[in-house]
Design a protein around this ligand. Structure first.
Ligand code: HEC
Length: 148
């Protein structure tokens, strides 16, 4: 039963993605892609938060989440193509109006991600600090460039 439910869920998810069926370069497709990659980042960081705080999960899974964040983070600079400001998005126009400042947020984020990578094999405390620094970098960009 559980397995069938999972398959059902997968179909629902896939069909809603297909409803987007945007041709390459379409703004809606770019916006949906950005939001999905961000949600994936959110899923991994939220899961890591539970492990880091000891509230749940398994410490041995930290590396999987950290590797996923590192991989996804490399996509972030390309998630804001021209034209993807218009549509159902919470991305603020300033991203495209002040690219140099936006770039600073990206650099801070990249630093945070690099810190996470460096500290994965160190102690729990070092990792927790690096994780917190990364969360600050996520928030730093959201506060300035994301509505809500
Ligand atoms: C350089 C800027 C920037 C950085 C860094 C950044 N975000 Fe975002 N994030 C955004 C913007 C802009 C949006 C709104 C996207 C949209 O609606 O088109 C967003 C949206 C989101 C969303 C909501 C997606 C949705 O629509 O459901 C989540 C969750 C999220 N980000 C998590 C994270 C996490 C976690 C990190 C750090 C690991 C992070 N973000 C780093 C700019 C950033």
């Amino acid at each position: 039963m559980r397995c069938r439910y999972l398959i059902f869920l997968f179909c629902v998810i896939s069909s809603s993605a297909a409803a987007g069926q945007a041709p390459a370069g379409d703004a809606d497709g770019d916006i949906q892609y950005r939001q999905n990659v961000m949600r994936a980042l959110g899923g991994h960081t939220s899961a890591m938060a539970l492990i880091v705080t000891g509230e749940g999960g398994n410490e041995r899974d930290l590396r999987v989440h950290a590797d996923a964040v590192i991989g996804l983070a490399a996509m972030v600079p390309s998630l804001f193509p021209e034209g993807s400001d218009a549509g159902r998005t919470n991305a603020l126009l300033d991203i495209w109006l002040e690219p140099a400042r936006f770039r600073q947020r990206l650099t801070e984020f990249e630093r945070g991600v690099a810190g996470l990578g460096r500290n994965i094999a160190r102690g729990r405390r070092e990792f927790a600090q690096a994780f917190q620094a990364l969360a600050v970098a996520c928030k730093g960009c959201h506060d300035r460039y994301k509505s809500q």
